[in-house]
Design a protein around this ligand. Structure first.
Ligand SMILES: Cc1cc2nc3c(=O)[nH]c(=O)nc-3n(C[C@H](O)[C@H](O)[C@H](O)COP(=O)(O)OP(=O)(O)OC[C@H]3O[C@@H](n4cnc5c(N)ncnc54)[C@H](O)[C@@H]3O)c2cc1C
Ligand code: SF4
Length: 864
């Protein structure tokens, strides 16, 4: 039969989906397709563009099955942009001079990165972030500068939206100092409210990226060596920059349509109806270039929906565009952010439920209908784990109390399990419902997430639905009595415990080696789940400094700067005070540091002193003073031993039967710096009166007349647990050996982020089995555990001291000072009870209005 000719202009993501959908369904070969692409490569995954910086090659970004382009009914012409459309003759002409006749034309030309008309925007060193060629050029430029300058390259990103933050992450990954300049009042202001934006700013700062809000760039000035030198801001400020990435938004590439006289929207884009037809019935437009239902949409999922509608219509179907799902999730390692539905609560009568934990860097908001039952939207910053489950519930009633979905894991009674209806959308990029995923398991025999992805396409684009896909697959497999995979994540088929053993036995020392030896070869090089988990494993199997080379990039937020991020974006500093014992000289040294740097001081529950309000660039100065005074890191930021709390013991207390302080000091010095799946706390009490509350700790020791009783698996917090007795009346030597083995057995076998209490609950055989392992060596691993702990003790080094001695590591602390001349207005303090505390928003506003509120930056004079 004579096929009709479909010409598609543009070889991007949506064009690829259109060709794939049409060839899937057009078994009769009604249409012959020619795709005319301006870029010199096959359609690739633009959404995953940033993974180019973590080593993904351009070929690895190609979309779909390469065989599609070998189909005799499909022709892909690369590197030949279409220059004109003649609607009367029904032809298009390309830059090569070739002309193509069409029966139907689809414009899938996407968008271009918009560069505001700013003086200097054409200087060498100014980049956009849209294509593989763009990111390759950016990388080449930064690498060259790094060689030439022999100092960190300073990068600025204009635009604090999704794309700007991704670009800043890419600069950071290249080793450049990155500062995001956002014109508006907060980051991601089209997706997040002010509270969410502020929480996001702190998270972004914490991974080493600077942020300036209300920062309008008016001029890009050249450097005398050529290229970019600095940015001038509207408020008179300036930012030094060697490279600039403009991420100020996109505009539809509708120039062909305009020239051909097609109707375009008031803000650009080819106007189409719900069938994707333009004002000319022989021309459709799909993807970002289409102005559908009054807007151009800069997301891939609506584009894919348009591709499906067009394929259906070309084959005589009646499909219509269902409306756009604009839910988004930021793809930046270490920064968990999502926004969906009516995130700003604009629906009439909408109620907002907000949970904010500034210490943990979490801000969560659910927007509910006026009866607080139906989910209308949400914002999740710092912990977007609920995103995958909540987004499909948009417009539906949430079971139980909505607040349960906001509380941290383990909080309250916990979020009820959502039994998603079959028609609930799970993967919006590929329009896959919960029912389709269940059917992949029940009807198509898929037995793991990988198979379900291949079968349904769920989770193959932006990947934000993968946790939910995994949960659905696991539930369906369990229902069928099939053992469910305990794989760490899609990059490792092994559980954390199996991976630990594999890493230990093989002796590999870096994340790259671990991925290469034991990874699944899934797309991407690791994720937020496996990177910190592997960092923690390597910390005990192949100890090295937490900021050493590649390891620095794997760490959780606080480890990045070896300090704890606080609600106002400043940091707290906690020197180790073993057993809570401190000399007067030590106290004076801490007091002087706190006084000189204007830090707020507080005694913690772990019997040490926390100093709050330090700027990141002050951390090395503060630590130099502390190290000189004989202090070392307290690891308050790490998943590692925190403190060993002790009572005063037999030395002073008339009831005491053993020297609890001496033991606590011994234990704290032995296990300091020991990285583990979660934080570890210990306590030692000098008699059964238990003044140190040792049974509320992961390891608690209580003195007896004959020695020591040791308890394990206790914790405070949301779900307090009393530790259970592991062994009685041990000598100090036996006690230490028992704790050594207990800790390392836990570290080897626990899941990621699993504290000792839930680990013990899940341990087959419970505390009896544990006793067998640590006291009777039932697994035959005791000698290994002993040897591993001995190595830990001898190889321990204070990571702050080591950092101060290494200029390379110190660089990351300077990188936060993105505008040294300008005091960060968000770090403002007022006096309270004789100390400084962060100013509230009202107090800051009052200061801005000139009212007499005492507001001071943290830049206090430092005594010589
Ligand atoms: C870094 C980055 C991250 C992103 N992350 C996400 C995300 O997480 N989630 C999400 O939903 N979306 C994301 N997006 C947006 C997503 O990539 C786009 O929505 C999607 O690519 C749009 O597909 P399209 O086919 O309409 O346009 P494109 O993919 O841009 O393809 C259009 C193609 O047409 C070509 N073209 C233009 N004019 C002509 C011509 N005259 N002749 C021939 N060819 C022409 C262009 O060169 C281009 O190759 C991201 C984009 C970027 C750049
Ligand atoms: S636990 Fe016993 S030894 Fe320790 S302070 Fe209390 S009473 Fe004294």
């Amino acid at each position: 039969m004579n096929s009709r000719h479909l010409v598609v202009v543009g070889g991007g993501m949506v064009a690829q989906r259109l060709v794939e959908a049409l060839r899937d369904r057009d078994a009769a070969g009604t249409w012959r397709i020619t795709v005319l692409a301006e870029e010199p490569r096959r359609p690739y995954d633009r959404v995953a563009l940033t993974s180019y910086f973590s080593g993904r090659k351009p070929e690895e970004l190609e979309l779909g099955d390469a065989a599609l382009w070998d189909d005799p009914l499909v022709t892909l012409v690369r590197d030949d942009a279409v220059t004109a459309v003649d609607r009367d003759a029904r032809t298009v002409t390309a830059a090569s001079g070739r002309t193509y006749a069409y029966d139907h034309l689809v414009l899938a030309t996407g968008s271009y990165a918009w560069v505001p008309p700013t003086e200097g925007a054409d200087l060498p060193g100014v980049f956009v972030y849209r294509t593989i060629d763009d990111v390759a050029a950016l990388r080449g430029y930064v690498e060259k500068l790094q060689e030439d300058l022999r100092r960190p390259v300073r990068g600025a990103v204009l635009g604090g939206g999704l794309l700007g933050l991704e670009a800043a992450g890419a600069l950071h990954a290249l080793g450049a100092q990155a500062t995001v300049l956002q014109v508006g009042s907060h980051l991601m202001d089209t997706q997040l409210d002010l509270g969410g934006g502020e929480a996001l700013r702190r998270l972004i700062n914490a991974i080493g990226i600077g942020v300036r809000v209300n920062a309008m760039t008016v001029r890009i000035r050249p450097h005398r060596r050529g290229g970019v030198g600095r940015l001038d801001l509207a408020d008179g400020g300036r930012v030094d920059a060697d490279v600039v990435v403009v991420a100020a938004g996109v505009r539809p590439r509708d120039e062909l349509a305009r020239a051909a006289g097609l109707e375009v929207g008031p803000r650009g884009g080819v106007v189409v109806d719900d069938t994707c037809l333009s004002s000319d019935p022989a021309v459709s437009a799909v993807g970002e270039v289409a102005c559908i239902q009054g807007a151009c949409i800069g997301l891939v999922a609506p584009g894919y929906a348009m591709a499906e509608v067009t394929a259906d219509r070309l084959l005589g179907g009646a499909a219509e565009f269902p409306g756009a799902d604009t839910a988004t999730k930021l793809k930046l390692a270490g920064v968990d952010v999502a926004s969906f539905g009516d995130a700003f609560g604009r629906t009439e009568g909408a109620l907002e439920l907000v949970w904010a934990d500034p210490v943990a860097g979490v801000y969560k908001k659910l927007v509910m209908s006026d009866d607080a039952r139906t989910l209308l939207g949400g914002v999740l910053v710092g912990d977007a784990s609920a995103y995958a489950s909540l987004r499909p519930m948009l417009g539906r009633e949430l079971p139980g109390d909505p607040a349960a979905f906001l509380l941290p894991e383990g909080g309250g009674s916990g979020a009820p399990d959502l039994e998603l209806p079959d028609d609930a959308g799970v993967c919006s990029c590929n329009n896959v419902s919960a029912g389709t995923i269940r059917a992949a398991v029940t009807e198509h025999g898929c037995t793991d997430v990988g198979a379900v992805k291949a079968c349904t396409r769920a989770g193959t684009s932006c990947g934000s639905c993968l946790p939910l896909v995994k949960k659905l697959v696991t539930t369906e497999l369990s229902k069928q009595g099939i053992t469910v995979s305990s794989a760490l994540c899609e990059h490792f088929a092994l559980s954390r415990a199996q991976l630990y053993d594999a890493v230990l036995v093989s002796g590999v020392r870096s994340f790259t080696e671990v991925v290469e030896r034991f990874g699944t070869r899934a797309e991407g090089r690791g994720c937020d789940i496996c990177k910190p988990a592997v960092a923690s494993i390597l910390a005990t199997t192949a100890p090295a400094h937490v900021l050493e080379g590649e390891r620095a990039a794997l760490q959780d937020t606080n480890d990045h700067v070896m300090a704890n991020l606080q609600k106002d974006g400043s940091y707290s500093v906690v020197p180790r005070i073993p057993g809570g014992e401190v000399t007067p000289e030590g106290l004076i040294a801490i007091g002087e540091v706190a006084k000189d740097f204007g830090l707020y001081t507080k005694i913690t529950g772990g019997q040490r002193i926390d100093m709050f309000g330090a700027r990141i660039d002050q951390l090395p100065l503060i630590w130099q003073r502390l190290v000189d005074a004989g202090f070392e890191s307290g690891h308050a930021y790490g998943k590692s031993l925190r403190t060993v709390k002790s009572c005063v013991g037999s030395t002073w207390c008339r009831f005491g039967v053993q020297d609890s302080v001496a033991l606590a000091v011994l234990l704290e010095l032995r296990y300091r710096g020991l990285r583990s799946p979660h934080k570890l706390k210990m306590g030692v009490s000098g008699c059964a009166r238990e003044c140190a509350e040792a049974r509320g700790k992961d390891v608690g020791v209580i003195a007896t007349d004959k020695g020591w009783n040791v308890y394990v698996g206790g914790n405070g917090g949301f779900t307090p647990k009393h530790a259970v007795l592991l062994a009685e009346d041990l000598s100090t030597e036996d006690l230490i050996r028992t704790i050594d083995r207990f800790l390392l057995y836990y570290i080897r076998t626990a899941d990621r982020l699993q504290r000792t209490a839930p680990w013990l609950e899940e341990l087959e055989g419970g505390v009896d089995a544990l006793r067998g392992v640590v006291l009777e060596d039932t697994l035959g691993i005791a000698a290994d555990l002993d040897e591993q702990m001995a190595r830990h003790v001898t190889e321990y080094e204070d990571e702050w001291r080591a950092t101060l001695e290494d200029p390379e590591k110190l660089r990351r602390f300077a990188s936060f000072v993105n505008a040294p001349q300008t005091a960060d207005p968000s770090l403002a303090y007022v006096p309270e009870r004789g100390q400084a505390r962060p100013a509230t928003a009202d107090e800051r506003d009052a200061a801005l209005r000139g009212e007499p509120v005492l507001v001071a930056g943290t830049t206090l004079e430092v005594r010589a």
